[in-house]
Each structure stands twice: as structure tokens, then as C-alpha cells.
Design a binder for this molecule. Structure first.
Ligand SMILES: Nc1ncnc2c1ncn2[C@@H]1O[C@H](COP(=O)(O)OP(=O)(O)O)[C@@H](O)[C@H]1O
Ligand SMILES: [Mg+2]
Length: 247
């Protein structure tokens, strides 16, 4: 008997008025898998995440998590959206603790996790600062830390590193891989950076322009940690790049 997928999109169709965005899209994501979704701007990547977290409803079809309709209250899932949204009245540290405190987790465990996450996102020294005193990319790091802190079994990230300089991006790419390994979570990471997708994921889902379907699903068997200048890495990156040249 095959294992139940973590996420299953089944004939997912989404229209906004007359605009057909997702056109009968079906795919499964296995438990514990790290998948990157790449696709041109406007193809419906964010729409897909919004469907997953129930911010919007599909026109037809459905998305299941663990075999049942996606429900953010029932599933331990966490989402980092494109636009950072911290709580400006809380310090960096208290932003990260926020969801854990809502869950009434043990105080010592909250502190332990928070310290660990601050370290992971490289913000231990700024723990007492307020978001307004920091840069936009630091603010995005707080949001990332806040979702990491939940140890979600489904982590959704929507082009989270888009605004960051390359050094910080490399650092946070390794941080998300560490978290994935540590918590054995399932990760769906949206990006239009092909190198990032090949560095991170076990599989890349390549979307077409609207009306959107899945153009290809490309397995990435390279062992971690990956090396962006390894010829095998470059080969894979070029294969995906060729596939999307006509975007
Ligand atoms: N609430 C909405 N109402 C109308 N059109 C929308 C809405 N949300 C998204 N769209 C349109 O759907 C398409 C897909 O958007 P989006 O999912 O944000 O794309 P992506 O994240 O892949 O760049 C775009 O053409 C966008 O303009
Ligand atoms: Mg988007």
C-alpha cells in the first residue's frame, strides 16, 4: 500500500472572474519531501498557497493535507508570505515566541526553541530590538523565525528570500535545510530563482504561464550539502533553465 501523500492537489482549478489561473492542476507531495515550485510571475504560485491555507476557495477541484481538506486550524502548517508581517510592538524575541505562547507551550521549551531559532536565523544579537528598528530583510528573517519556531510539519514559503542580498540568502537557505532535517517536515518553497530551487529541493515542479498547468516534475538526486559549482549541479540548473526559457 502506498503511503498517503502530505499534500495532494486534485484537479485544482482557480478562476478570478474570467481569468483562468490554475487549470486542472494535479500533483502529490510526499511526507517529508522538500519541493520547490518554479514558474513565471503571475502563473498562480501565491494563489496555490492561498488555496492551501484556505484564504481563498478553488473554483473546482480540491487540496488535501494528510488525506483531508486543508485546514490551517487542524494542520500544523506555517506560511511565510512574500510581504513581511511582523508584530511591530513586540521585540524580535517576542515575535518568535508569539505562536508558541498562544499554544501554551512549556515556558522552558519556548525559551529553548527561541534561542535555537534566533541562532539559526542569525539574530541572537538583535533579540531585544523592535522590527521597526531593523531593515526589511531583517523583518523577513523574523517572520521566517516565527514560522520555523512552530516546527511545522508543513512549511510553506513564498519567495521568502527574494529581497535579500546573496550572502544572507545562502545563509537562510542552509537554515531552512537544517530545520527541514531537524523536524522532518514537508516543505513547499516557491521561488523563481532556479539556482535556489536546485540547491534546496529534492524535486522541482515547473509551472507554465497562465492558464497554468504543470510543465514538468524534475527529481534532484544530488546529495546534500550541494555545491553550486559542481558540474552535476550546473547540468540540472541548465536543464530547468532551458525548460523555462520561453517564459
Ligand atoms: N484576488 C484576485 N483577484 C483577481 N485576480 C487575482 C487575484 N489574485 C491573483 N490574481 C491574478 O491571478 C494571477 C496569479 O497571481 P499569483 O498567484 O499572485 O501569481 P504568482 O504568485 O505566480 O506570481 C495573476 O494574473 C493575478 O493578477
Ligand atoms: Mg506570488
Amino acid at each position: 500500500m502506498g503511503k498517503q501523500p502530505k499534500v495532494s492537489a486534485q484537479h485544482l482549478t482557480k478562476k478570478f472572474g474570467d481569468l483562468l489561473v490554475l487549470d486542472d492542476v494535479s500533483f502529490d507531495i510526499k511526507k517529508g519531501e522538500f519541493v520547490c515550485i518554479v514558474g513565471p510571475t503571475g502563473c498562480g504560485k501565491t494563489t496555490f498557497l492561498n488555496l492551501l491555507v484556505k484564504l481563498i476557495e478553488p473554483t473546482s477541484g480540491r487540496v488535501l493535507i494528510d488525506g483531508v481538506p486543508a485546514d490551517p486550524r487542524k494542520h500544523n502548517m506555517s506560511c511565510v508570505f512574500q510581504e513581511p508581517s511582523t508584530f511591530p510592538w513586540l521585540t524580535v524575541e517576542d515575535n518568535i515566541k508569539f505562536n508558541l505562547q498562544i499554544k501554551k507551550m512549556d515556558k522552558q521549551e519556548i525559551q529553548r526553541r527561541t534561542d535555537h531559532i534566533l541562532e539559526m536565523i542569525g539574530m541572537t544579537e538583535q533579540r531585544k530590538a523592535y522590527p521597526g528598528q531593523l531593515s526589511v530583510s531583517a523583518e523577513q528573517r523574523i517572520v521566517i523565525g516565527r514560522s520555523f519556531a512552530m516546527y511545522p510539519d508543513l512549511l510553506l514559503m513564498d519567495e521568502p528570500y527574494g529581497q535579500m542580498d546573496i550572502k544572507l540568502r545562502y545563509y537562510l537557505e542552509d537554515a531552512v535545510l537544517d530545520l527541514w532535517r531537524e523536524t522532518e517536515s514537508t516543505v513547499i518553497f516557491i521561488t523563481h530563482n532556479i539556482e535556489e530551487a536546485v540547491y534546496l529541493s529534492q524535486r522541482c515542479l515547473v509551472m507554465t504561464p497562465k492558464p497554468t498547468t504543470i510543465k514538468a516534475s524534475i527529481d534532484n538526486p544530488l546529495p546534500y550539502p550541494r555545491n553550486v559549482s559542481d558540474p552535476e549541479f550546473i547540468k540540472l540548473r541548465e536543464q530547468i533553465t532551458d525548460m523555462i526559457k520561453w517564459w
